[in-house]
Design a protein around this ligand. Structure first.
Ligand SMILES: [Ca+2]
Ligand SMILES: [Ca+2]
Length: 281
């Protein structure tokens, strides 16, 4: 329990999201404006809002890359807006789809927006391939200074694609949260011409630390860092709040399981599961 409290305190103290990279800004240029950020338009819509929980279940893994050490972490993308985060993909390449976002209207119907999102038929070793939203998340490691503030990004994880399912009913009391899942397990059909991906209000798409590419390379690093997970870094899903998509946790490297202590920060235990039941995933 004490460890969970520490994690909660660390999450509350998390610093502001890192600035968008030049690549992110290029991706966002030329896109239609986000109606969910306009008060008048938003009042007529059920806009989604994704939020990234702080990374949990941190553990090192020496077997991913020969001679290297990677730090694994689980994550949870929580859907906490007034409507679902939903993408409809239409096949335009052998292993790719162009996706449009569907924002539900208050009075019924949908608003379609071309946000530039793409789906990929991505192979996962030992499991076959799944239709996934490219750039669903990004993992970064930032070096901390002696005051506990982020100084410099030193590492990035592999590209992270997820299928935005309804896996964990994390906030059943949110208005319009469906009792049963709406967006089921990831689609594995190579012949599909259309796929709908999404996460309903009050549900979370969760990936455990052991999942494919759920890591960042920490070989040779020493000192204090923030492990930062960002949901939807290329803004393929328009939301009512684009500033809460980052979750972070402090780590001291080389990593040892248990309480982490760094100058300028409250101690935290990122190896815990932060309230998740590991058996459920
Ligand atoms: Ca958000
Ligand atoms: Ca977004």
């Amino acid at each position: 329990m004490a460890a969970l409290l520490l994690v909660a305190v660390a999450a509350a103290a998390a610093l502001a999201a890192p600035a968008a990279s030049a690549q992110d800004r290029r991706e966002r240029a030329g896109k239609p404006p986000n109606p969910c950020l306009d008060r008048e338009q938003r009042a007529k819509l059920l806009c989604p809002d994704l939020r990234m929980k702080p990374p949990f279940g941190l553990v090192t893994d020496p077997f991913v890359r020969p001679g290297r050490v990677v730090l694994r972490a689980g994550n949870s993308i929580d859907s906490i807006g007034r409507g679902p985060a939903e993408l409809l993909g239409v096949r335009d390449r052998p292993r790719g789809m162009r996706a449009r976002q569907r924002i539900h209207r208050r009075g019924g119907g949908r608003l379609w927006i071309d946000t530039g999102a793409r789906l990929l038929f991505k192979a996962i070793p030992g499991q076959g391939a799944y239709w996934k939203f490219q750039w669903a998340a990004r993992f970064e490691l930032w070096r901390l200074d002696r005051r506990g503030e982020r100084r410099k990004r030193v590492r990035r994880g592999p590209k992270v694609s997820y299928c935005l399912r309804d896996l964990d009913h994390s906030r059943p009391r949110l208005p319009r949260s469906p009792r049963r899942f709406v967006y089921p397990a990831c689609n594995q059909s190579p012949s599909r011409q259309r796929v709908v991906l999404g996460t309903s209000v009050g549900w979370s798409d969760v990936y455990p630390p052991g999942y494919h590419e759920q890591w960042i390379d920490v070989t040779g690093l020493r000192g204090c860092f923030d492990l930062v997970h960002t949901a939807d870094p290329r803004d393929g899903i328009y939301e009512s709040n684009e500033r809460n998509n980052t979750g972070s946790v402090m780590v001291r490297l080389p990593f040892e399981t248990g309480i982490q202590r760094c100058p300028g920060r409250k101690p935290a235990d990122p190896s815990g599961w932060g309230g998740f039941d590991p058996i459920a995933y």
